[in-house]
Design a protein around this ligand. Structure first.
Ligand SMILES: Nc1ncnc2c1ncn2[C@@H]1O[C@H](COP(=O)(O)OP(=O)(O)OP(=O)(O)O)[C@@H](O)[C@H]1O
Length: 250
């Protein structure tokens, strides 16, 4: 079976400097792979390449065996790719349900269709949205304005918006960023459940305990290059990884 996601010798340069430098790895269908690395290692840049916000200088990106390297971001979404961002991307003046229904409608009929039929969200989109709210345990907040949610609830809403599109490969960019300590286990459990439900997940995360608790393998980036990609126990014991994190707790 083709990997759900593969990057092959991916390189992105700015001003002659390789920000992402010949990175190659593959995630099997249903795998949860974490991407870690010191600040400035190139993690967000790698995500931008995979989601299509930037184009690589060389190398390929494959989704389910299909080369998507030259496709625009929205076309990659059509091929099953979903991404959350570090910054909050919800419409604060809409309710929680409306935010998710809009995303579901866009998935069902395309982004223009979602705007045109905004006053009449169709049954399939409503069902998808209700399912996404159940999965993220936000159903009880469906009528609340998104702008009134706590930070932790907003992160869940972002995940619900993502799930409403029904992606098979999910990129999570620092899902725990800005979360209160007591909110971390809840969101971790939610990500675990999304993974159990069959999604392939690539997750950038600084909380190493979250990474060790969730990831099946860990890819370590350092100065744009892939330093290691292995089982968590092997990565933690890897001398090169320890060296890269010198002065920072792993
Ligand atoms: N558009 C850009 N122009 C110039 N330099 C950039 C650009 N994007 C990223 N960089 C540089 O590339 C390097 C990698 O940045 P990137 O944000 O990908 O790292 P990161 O691993 O996500 O870091 P962090 O953990 O701090 O979020 C950094 O040195 C950054 O300054």
């Amino acid at each position: 079976m083709a990997p759900a996601l593969a990057v092959e010798e991916l390189t992105w340069r700015i001003g002659g400097r390789a920000i992402v430098d010949g990175v190659a790895f593959a995630a099997a269908p249903g795998e949860l792979l974490a991407v870690i690395g010191p600040n400035g290692a190139g993690k967000t840049s790698l995500f931008n390449l995979i989601s299509g916000l930037t184009r690589p200088d060389s190398g390929r990106i494959l989704l389910g065996g299909r080369d998507v390297t030259r496709l625009a971001p929205h076309r990659r979404v059509r091929h099953g790719l979903g991404r959350t961002f570090q910054t909050s991307s919800v419409f604060p003046g809409l309710t929680v349900a409306e935010n998710v229904q809009l995303a579901a409608q866009a998935a069902v009929s395309g982004p223009i269709g979602a705007l045109a039929v905004w006053r009449r969200i169709g049954g399939p989109a409503r069902d998808r949205a209700a399912d996404a709210l159940e999965r993220t345990r936000l159903a009880h907040r469906a009528r609340a304005l998104a702008g009134a949610l706590s930070h932790g609830e907003k992160r869940k809403l972002e995940l619900a918006i993502l799930l409403a599109a029904g992606p098979s490969v999910i990129l999570l960019d620092e899902p725990m960023a800005g979360m209160a300590v007591e909110e971390v286990p809840d969101l971790s459990e939610l990500i675990r459940q999304v993974h159990r439900d069959g999604a392939t997940i690539l997750m950038v995360e600084h909380h190493i305990e979250v990474v060790l608790g969730l990831a099946e393998r860990i890819a370590v980036l350092h100065h744009g290059a892939l330093l290691a990609c292995d089982r968590p126990a092997a990565v933690v014991d890897d001398p090169a990884v320890r060296e890269a994190y010198l002065g920072e707790p792993l």
